[in-house]
Design a protein around this ligand. Sequence first.
Ligand SMILES: [Zn+2]
Length: 157
Amino acid sequence: MAEAGREFSGSLDLAGLARLAPLLASRQGALTVSLLLDRDEAGTRYLAGRVAGQLQLECQRCLGAMEFALDSDFRLGLVRSEEEAARLPPGYEPLLVGTDPMSLADIVEDEVLLALPIVALHREPHPCAAQQHQEPPPEGEQRENPFAVLAQLKRDK
Ligand SMILES: [Zn+2]
């Protein structure tokens, strides 16, 4: 398709993204996606795109919902081997293309996962429930965060 130059745009339901969904406090809503498959002047086949949307991540400190405005651009050079990947011009991330058909939704989901914070935590000015109730530990004594136990229980469910 990159030979012909194709553009796609649409939306992806959050509930349908199996790898992203467990990270979300709410699976309602959708991401806006636009994609372009084309070749540049040097003949490099690429997939460029943008994915945006409002996500409700789970704060890893208080486990409450945390708004995250996703807006990510990407530019992937389509390659068939590691050698081709090494020859990609600057500005491209390699996307290894095999003989099997690839799902554009999977590729977009990969990009979304890369764009998320490594650890989602409430930050100023957004209040974190865990921070509000947390007292500073007494000096010289290491106290365990009471919410750590709660976090463990929730994860085990
Ligand atoms: Zn929090």
